[in-house]
Design a protein around this ligand. Structure first.
Ligand code: NAP
Length: 321
């Protein structure tokens, strides 16, 4: 009998087909009602799960007695209750590396867009407001040669730093919980405390994973340390920033602008952010190119197959539970 796999978000069609050839596949369907109810029903006899962007925890996995793996089509895994998966000896796998450069591109895109007011000017032009020449309200801030502070010089943080260093002649500062001397050396990146980084950077980019220490890392006291011309970019997770405090800071023009891909609550609906001209809001699209999403789905598929064949998946988060 085929093993059962629950697909908990939309997945690449080629991978969906491969899954169906190999396993008995059930897809959650939000249109058909409460997804948590569907989960409790379908995970009872499932060996594997694959997908992204869903909170999976002891409550909606309570009936999962045969589950061997949750294969996440993402690098971040803060939406899974890891302690519970460890307790139940369920592997959690993710898809690092294949999305690094694509996400770094998006971070830089946000940085440039916020610095040069691209969405605002796009609207301004399309609305026919370009009468003669532009004025101060349309001016941005320079990027080339400025100071770029990276909070979380991991895979994506380093790829963003490379873009700044090689492409834009930027001085690189970084803050992590642990220094990264080798990585920093190649980029001439200087290790700083969070305070130093915030005070000295023209651009601050957040690229940490969400964990107990990075939650609300940027709140009122931190925003107050940034320079008035500085731009804040977040491609990590929304909860790293206290969002209301950021809204207040943007309203008060305490910083020049922000570029956001992630939010405390997603999808973002009816936010005060929508009324602000000095923020660029994107719908969590860091890794969203067709090619990268395909690579992520393939990697997640391979992680799933490995676990269901009794092997330790290549990109497992909890190899020893
Ligand atoms: P990674 O290689 O694990 O890098 C994360 C870095 O953050 C590590 O270097 C870690 O270093 C640092 N860090 C963690 N907690 C910190 C803290 N409290 N203070 C300072 N630094 C801290 O992960 P990655 O592949 O670069 O991905 C990073 C995150 O980006 C993912 O976890 C995900 O949430 C997010 N992401 C978002 C998108 C999107 O679509 N917007 C796409 C991909 C990834 P230390 O342990 O030394 O502190």
């Amino acid at each position: 009998m085929k093993q059962k796999v629950v697909v908990f978000s939309q997945i690449d069609p080629d991978i969906q087909e491969k899954l169906e050839q190999r396993y008995q596949v059930v897809c959650l369907q939000p249109k058909l009602g409460d997804v948590n109810e569907q989960l409790l029903t379908h995970v009872q006899d499932a060996e594997g799960m694959i997908g992204a962007g869903r909170w999976l925890n002891r409550h909606n996995l309570a009936t999962a007695n045969r589950l061997k793996i949750i294969s996440s089509v993402s690098v971040g895994y803060d939406n899974y209750e890891l302690d519970y998966l460890n307790e139940k000896q369920i592997y959690l796998a993710h898809t690092p590396h294949v999305l690094t450069e694509t996400t770094a591109d998006l971070a830089f895109c946000l940085l440039m867009s916020a610095a040069r007011k691209v969405p605002y000017l796009d609207q301004w032009t399309k609305q026919g407001q370009w009468q003669r020449t532009v004025g101060e309200a349309q001016f941005g801030v320079d990027v080339f040669g400025k100071t770029l502070g990276i909070i979380g010089l991991g895979h994506i943080g380093a790829a963003i730093a490379r873009r700044g260093f090689y492409g834009f002649n930027m001085n690189i500062l970084y803050h992590n919980r642990h220094e990264k001397p080798e990585l920093a050396q190649s980029l001439r990146a200087e290790y700083c405390t969070l305070s130093q980084l915030l005070q000295r950077s023209d651009f601050v980019v957040i690229a940490v994973d969400l964990n107990a220490e990075s939650k609300s890392l940027i709140a009122a006291a931190e925003l107050a340390q940034m320079q008035p011309h500085a731009v804040l970019v977040n491609i990590a997770r929304g909860s790293v920033i206290d969002e209301q405090t950021l809204i207040d800071a943007l309203k008060a023009r305490q910083i020049f602008a922000a570029g956001l891909d992630v939010y405390q609550k997603e999808p973002l609906k009816e936010s005060e952010l929508f009324k602000l001209e000095n923020v660029v809001t994107l719908p969590h699209v860091g890794s969203a190119t067709a090619a990268t999403r395909k690579k992520m789905a393939e990697l997640a598929y391979q992680n799933l197959v490995d676990a269901l064949e009794g092997k330790v998946p290549r990109y497992v988060v909890n190899p020893q539970f």
